[in-house]
Design a protein. Structure first.
Length: 106
């Protein structure tokens, strides 16, 4: 049974199409972009607070804490991305946030 743009198949009694799944990914990507930008805004504010308090921008203990927390959330969530994959993604997110913090205080 074919449909415009992709084949249909059944999953848990629901009809699933390639186009439908791609649309779901597009919708999730938009949500991720919004959430990542919200997180980045928080990082900018944190950078300003650190500067005003004379704190170092790089705080490896906080980064380690975040990575421990997201690894644990990955295990609890039971999704297809394991804790190390999630940690690698967050390492990149943290790196970008640190760059924003540094730019904000220059």
């Amino acid at each position: 049974m074919a449909e415009r743009g992709g084949r249909q198949r059944r999953h848990n009694g629901a009809c699933v199409t390639l186009d439908g799944l791609r649309q779901q990914i597009d919708d999730l990507d938009e949500q991720l972009v919004r959430l990542l930008n919200e997180r980045a805004s928080c990082a900018l504010q944190i950078g300003q607070i650190k500067k005003s308090m004379g704190m170092p921008m790089y705080q490896p203990e906080r980064e380690a804490e975040v990575l421990r927390r997201v690894r644990a959330a990955s295990v609890a969530g039971g999704g297809p991305l394991g804790p190390e994959a999630i940690a690698r993604l967050f390492e990149r997110i943290i790196d970008e946030a640190r760059g924003l913090e540094l730019k904000a205080v220059r």
